[in-house]
Design a protein around this ligand. Sequence first.
Ligand code: HEM
Length: 225
Amino acid sequence: MASGGRAGTAIWDWPVRLVHWSFVLLVPALWASAEFGNINAHRILGLVMLGLVVFRLLWGLIGSETARFSQFVKGPDAVMAYLRGARGGPNTPAVGHNPLGALSVLALLGLLATQVSIGLFTQDVDGLESGPLAYLVSYDTADAARGWHELGFNLLLALIAIHLAAIAYYQFAKRENLVRPMITGRRVFDQSVRAPMMAPIWRFALCASIAAGLAWWIGQSAPLP
Ligand code: HEM
């Protein structure tokens, strides 16, 4: 058992934090580049987003303990138990995502992954500008993908609004600051907790290489050798 003292316990590794705050910058940048018609910038930022999402999914398999899906994705029973505990007073603080927050993490990552994937097959109104894989689908499908891409963005905005509302609820109703740990990586717990395992750097290098390689290859229109 370790509480980490006043410095707190390291719960979020730097790749999770870097990816998170990159999402925060990229979503508005992607919106602005599309809105102001800079499709080149939109394509490049979209590929960066693709690389980050792929990285985060891989990191969810072999990354640090609190980043792993197997660690924070729990069944409906755990979510219900968490909700019952929350009604009865403060829950035992989760070292990482709590079972309810995990659902929002899955929804956000799933929608980001869907949204970048659709973008790869999307073409603009007159068919002059398109995602790097639009040539693999019919004109009509690439045209329809544009509508799905717009719908996906609106759904993403809704999820982000829920995400921010949840964080504000924890801050003001439960007096739990979740934002500081997402910045510093550390959280102070009232009770003793076991410090989560942090993944070694070679795993980061492996996940980052696969993610960057995939984004680069798709950016080249995924040519086969
Ligand atoms: C574009 C907007 C945003 C997206 C797409 C987004 C997405 C995500 C994702 C995917 C996670 C899970 C982190 C992981 O396990 O890798 C997360 C967690 C988190 N995000 Fe965001 N986020 C956004 C904006 C924000 C903003 C503006 C804040 C701060 C005000 C914020 C604060 C947090 C915090 C505190 C957590 C950790 C929650 C916990 O303790 O379980 N997010 N976010």
